[in-house]
Design a protein around this ligand. Sequence first.
Ligand SMILES: [Cu+2]
Length: 154
Amino acid sequence: MDGVPLAAHLSRRMRERSHLIYPVATRAVLLVAAGATVAASVAARTADAAWFHLRLLRAEPAADARLGASPPRVALWFTERPELAVTRVRLLDARGTPVALAAPTRADSAGAPVVAVLPRPIGVGTYTVVWRTMARDGHVSDGRYAFLVGGAAR
Ligand SMILES: [Cu+2]
């Protein structure tokens, strides 16, 4: 039955997105509503995806970059000011294991990136940056992208 996995997916999605925005009681109501009105949720989610206010503008390392050596940091520029207190940046190796990364910081100036320093250099391999943040209006955005260390020399 097609509706079941979709409903489960939407519930999970709603839970992820709501935990920063809504108190627990409201979240429970939203989960019930999500199960009851899947079609409406699909429409809302589609519109939502098209209108995420905060998006990743650019990044260092860039998506799909091939670096000759370990980057010193991950820097993320967003289209609007992110709420640093709820911003999470993780770096995963090819097996999905988290790599040591300092807590994200951000200079208090317009256009400043969120920066997470690598305390130790990383070795050759493929890595994935996973980020999640929230705009000042409470909208949560998240994403991930990969880059390669050791792929420059050929
Ligand atoms: Cu928004």
